[in-house]
Design a protein around this ligand. Structure first.
Ligand code: ADP
Ligand code: ASP
Ligand code: MG
Length: 412
């Protein structure tokens, strides 16, 4: 029998009514002849609450215990969804990550899936089970401890299951009806895309568009999973949603496909570090060891052998970064005058495969921001994206202005 993966995000399982509604959609696919693997998130707001409790208890927490706590939200929704389906006379069973088992690395709070053996669930399907309801976002490490896959990780669970089971499709049900040219919450001019290329979706996701977790797109691209994003609130239709697919399967393209933003950024500057061979390694090695995800980096011109080094990292890793730098200073491996944290910044990015063959896109972005009086603090570029760090208070304005400047409300 063909297998389908259906993932329901937090808002789609936010309460018992929503779980019932999602279950009806699952029942439709069972009636269509599929064995269904449902992947569920925690009820919306739940994971944030759990993360808050961990931070309040232990600001520099042991990530193993963080995972023990924050993985629990998904267990509740998996059990409830299985019960709801059973009430509808559909043979269903819930599965926590360790039961499958979803084997991951030991990188707690940010683990990667290494393997998903299919035999346990296949055996149950062979036995007459119609729906396996899998708790998303979680797995088990080689040491036998519960891990989580990073925020938004249920998307990755879903795609990984679709790849492992050779599913016909992986449908991601969420609170928007597809992938838009930018977050529809920021501008009403955002336009839903019928299709988006894997590469573009990958960049948008990694630059902050949280509609899909970055790693889920990576996996879908690698294993050619047919990935669709659609709303759990609209009536079912074959045409619904956005298909994330290979570049060759898209006929027309705007030069810029979308605008992404991330408001959870911080800019940190080490003032007056010695400009000598090995200084970058001496700074960024300890930051990596402390689990700080450094993004943008700028090294200033040096004066009299000393320089300033600026980097950005997620807002909630500032304390970790500060501690890593203070420890490195105390051990004598680096020396700096001061460490200044600017916690009021945001990153805004434009993404598009068309940039490969069009000159002047970055210049147009900078001119647009200039016209709005927005100062750029740091810039990074790659073949298909340009990102800038700006004051957070201008973030929405910047997204709207760029969306207008590149005329994203119009289809190509
Ligand atoms: P879920 O709980 O279903 O996983 P998320 O909140 O993680 O849902 O992701 C959906 C949200 O992503 C939308 O409500 C929207 O605000 C946001 N989003 C950001 N960028 C985009 C985009 N380009 N297209 C669609 N949604 C986007
Ligand atoms: N519940 C987790 C989160 O909020 C995972 C997910 O929903 O994808 O990050
Ligand atoms: Mg999500």
């Amino acid at each position: 029998m063909p297998t389908l993966v259906m993932k329901f995000g937090g808002t789609s399982v936010a309460n018992l009514d929503r779980i019932a509604r999602a279950s009806k959609r699952v029942a439709l696919e069972v009636a269509n002849g599929y064995n269904v693997i449902v992947v569920v998130s925690a009820m919306s707001g739940k994971t944030n609450e759990l993360v808050g409790w961990v931070n309040e208890t232990s600001p520099l927490y042991d990530a193993r215990e963080y995972d023990a706590v924050v993985s629990s939200g998904e267990n509740v929704t998996a059990g409830l969804m299985a019960l709801r389906l059973q009430e509808m006379d559909i043979p269903a069973r819930s599965w926590q990550g360790w039961q499958v088992p979803v084997q991951t690395t030991s990188a707690h709070a940010n683990a990667r899936i290494e393997a998903i053996p299919t035999d346990n669930i296949e055996a149950k399907f062979a036995d007459g089970m119609k729906v396996a309801v899998v708790a998303g976002f979680q797995g088990i490490s080689p040491e036998g401890r519960i891990t989580t896959l990073g925020r938004g990780g249920s998307d990755t669970t879903a795609v990984a299951f679709a790849a492992a089971f050779g599913a016909e499709r992986c449908d991601i049900y969420t609170d928007v009806d597809g992938v838009y040219t930018t977050d529809p919450r920021i501008t009403s001019k955002a336009r839903k895309l019928d299709r988006i290329a894997f590469e573009e979706m990958l960049e948008l996701a990694s630059l902050g568009a949280k509609v899909l977790q970055t790693r889920s797109v990576e996996l879908a691209m690698r294993y050619r999973v047919k990935l669709r994003v659609l709303s759990s609130f609209e009536e079912p239709s074959d045409q619904a949603g956005t298909l994330v697919c290979a570049e060759e399967d898209i006929m027309e393209n705007n030069v810029v496909a979308g605008v992404a933003y991330s408001r959870d950024e911080a800019k940190m500057t080490l003032i007056s570090v010695a400009d000598r061979p090995g200084i970058a390694a001496a700074i960024f090695g300890p930051l990596a060891d402390a689990g700080v995800n450094v993004d943008m980096i700028v090294q200033n011109i040096s004066e009299e052998g000393r320089t300033d080094m600026t980097f950005s990292c997620p807002f909630d890793q500032v304390k970790r970064a500060q501690k890593a730098m203070e420890d490195a200073k105390a051990s004598g491996s680096i020396n700096f005058h001061d460490l200044v944290a600017d916690e009021g910044v945001a990153k805004v990015s434009i993404v598009g495969i068309g940039m490969r063959s069009h000159a002047g896109v970055a210049a147009k972005m900078f001119a647009t921001l200039r016209d709005e009086g927005i100062n750029i603090k740091v810039i990074t570029t790659s073949e298909i994206k340009v990102s800038v760090l700006i004051d957070r208070k201008y973030m929405e304005l910047a997204v709207q202005a760029l969306h207008d400047a590149f005329e994203l409300e119009k289809a190509a």
